[in-house]
Design a protein around this ligand. Structure first.
Ligand code: NAD
Length: 404
């Protein structure tokens, strides 16, 4: 007997990643599923979103569990498309008992450099899209007098993250939205909860650009990313989570086991949120309010293919532009030129000065990073999610020579 026998689940962003894990888990536990996904590229998203064949593969996996699947192309920013997807699901499968509002995007940029389009697309998909998804199923669930809604938030619904103000704002907003949905639908016997995943290995996060960032040089591998992930979790042996870890939490919430749980926020993060933090801006008097990372622009630079040498020859004054592709991190750096012309940028965990005196020896206390003469073996991990949390030292660059 399955935990969701006889139920029907509506899953947004269900073509792949966590959405696929939700769909297959629901099917394995006896539910039919409606899978809605945009199946298109959004202008501000630098990695590839799901394709039609991804969607078809999820349908195949659901059907392999002997359950029915209705697949619909729908953008969660469009109410009419969601309403049509819900109507198609009810027409085909009879009802909708469960909503897993999972569709989301992830892009990077310092908050002062985000474009209107980046901001609006992020809020549109990751926050408004969830409101629209809940709005699409609510009247039907209210008429039935039962239902369960699980919203995929993030640890970034509960903590800040570097270069993701728009993502963090959307995800924080989801917690308020979830609580209000729980409040307003409780009289109808409908529950609403949020899961907050830590770093999960999905096509959103697992691609060459990310590997390069973790490796600190072009040609990075998945192993580099895995290694960095070990700095993001607390539980021994954990690195990036599997989508199934999140699907398991949603299954609990959607099943009878969670029947008295509503308005709850459940981290699925291998302890990430329990990790102790540190203050990136020293509280010493006269200390400049440094952000966690110092962001200057490397501009033109030279370094060997292995990232061994870096010499900045750029003019002073220009700024790093936000964006995924431009945020390559170069490891193992030797800065030849002292200070001045460089527009180099270095991530430095302030606590590293304490933990790694050998690396930190030559580092100045503040942002005169280019005084560093040699940093053997320095490594980073940090993709935009938490560069500094993973990392030790990183140099950001953009616009350098090919292969730089
Ligand atoms: P993913 O990119 O593999 O899956 C997201 C899916 O959403 C894709 O199939 C994509 O096509 C779809 N989608 C994007 N925009 C859409 C739109 N406008 N309308 C409909 N569908 C759309 O990534 P994932 O990791 O599986 O992400 C699932 C959710 O988990 C997202 O909300 C994400 O923010 C959240 N999350 C991810 C991580 C992580 O580390 N991967 C961590 C915390 C939270």
């Amino acid at each position: 007997m399955g935990m969701l026998d006889g139920k029907v689940a509506f899953i947004t962003g269900g073509a792949r990643g966590q959405g696929r894990a939700h769909a297959v888990t629901c099917a394995r536990e006896g539910a039919d599923v409606v899978i809605a996904d945009v199946i298109d590229q959004l202008p501000t998203v630098p990695y590839k979103l799901a394709t039609k064949s991804d969607l078809e593969e999820t349908v195949r996996l659901v059907e392999a569990h002997d359950r029915r699947a209705v697949a619909v192309k729908a953008d969660v920013r469009a109410q009419d498309q969601l309403d049509a997807a819900v109507a198609a699901g009810i027409a085909e499968l009879g009802k909708i008992d469960i909503l897993i509002a999972n569709a989301g995007i992830w892009t990077l940029g310092s908050f002062w450099e985000l474009t209107d389009e980046q901001w609006e697309e992020m809020i549109g998909v990751n926050l408004t899209g969830v409101w629209r998804s809940a709005k699409a199923v609510a009247p039907h669930m209210m008429a039935n007098g039962s239902g369960s809604i699980v919203i995929t938030a993030s640890v970034n619904a509960l903590e800040a993250g570097q270069y993701t103000a728009h993502y963090v704002a959307a995800k924080h907003g989801l917690i308020g939205l979830m609580r209000n949905i729980a409040l307003e639908l409780a009289p109808y016997g409908i529950r609403c909860n949020a899961v907050c995943p830590g770093a999960v290995k999905t096509p959103m996060t697992n691609h060459q650009d990310a590997w390069d960032m973790f490796a600190g040089h072009p040609g990075g591998t998945e192993d580099d990313m895995t290694e960095a992930g070990h700095h993001y979790t607390l539980l021994s042996g954990t690195s990036w989570l599997d989508p199934q870890d999140v699907a398991n939490a949603a299954l609990y919430l959607n099943s009878d086991l969670g029947s008295k749980v509503t308005g709850a926020t459940i981290p699925v993060d291998a302890g990430h949120l329990t990790l102790s933090g540190f203050n990136p801006a020293s509280t010493r008097a006269n200390s400049p309010a440094l952000p966690l990372s110092v962001l200057d622009d490397l501009g033109e630079c030279d370094h060997d293919a292995a990232g061994g040498v870096l010499e900045s020859s750029a003019d002073e004054g220009s700024r790093l532009r936000g964006g995924f592709a431009s945020r390559r991190i170069v490891g193992k750096v030797e800065v030849k030129q002292p200070v001045c012309r460089g527009r180099a940028a270095v991530f430095l965990r302030p606590d590293l000065r304490r933990l790694k005196p050998d690396y930190a020896r030559e580092l100045p206390r503040e942002r005169k990073l280019l005084r560093v003469s040699r940093l053997e073996g320095s490594r980073v991990g940090g993709i935009g999610i938490h560069e500094a949390d993973f990392g030790r030292l990183a140099v950001l660059r953009h616009g350098g020579p090919p292969g730089c």
